[in-house]
Design a protein around this ligand. Sequence first.
Ligand code: GLN
Length: 189
Amino acid sequence: MITVGILNLQGAVSEHYDITKEAINNLNFDCGIRIVRYIEDLSGCDGLIISGGESTVIGKLIQKRGIDKYIHENNLPIFGTCAGLVLMANKLDHEQPVLNLMDMEVKRNAFGSQKNSFEEEIEIFGDKFQGVFIRAPSIVNVSGDIEVLSKLNDVIIAARDGKNLAISFHPELTEDTRLHEYFIKSLLD
Ligand code: GLN
């Protein structure tokens, strides 16, 4: 049995909880979900989902609670969406705490402000997805072993590094469970 954690510090947490539950149902295997607020909640987690929200707030709390240290020491796979992606960067256009998990440079609010939010069809692994972009970040460049998974008008919006998966949009705001299923399945390897 594996357990997937959902970080609950700030942001679109309940949406991730619901869609993760749905993804586990679809996969039809033994996987628990754990809401993670403190470092103690992480023990036994095989992966962690970091939601969208305010990356400044989430990042500060992650640092304050020592969650960043735990992630690094235990090589915990992360699935980050939007603000979650911002936190996975090792280079950012803002001064704020990040996890330094992936060798990529990220720009916050790269597509404009809240009122410039949009939906656009995108492609990952050859499949089409409905991308919901809300003050979304972009990946300016990647290096090392990072694999670019998707671009929107030449701008990188999804990447992976081993089991770490970073996407700049919000699958949890759609009914589409495929990316959550993909992340959960990757935890079995
Ligand atoms: N712009 C936000 C940030 O950088 C992310 C927005 C979101 O998660 N929808 O924190």
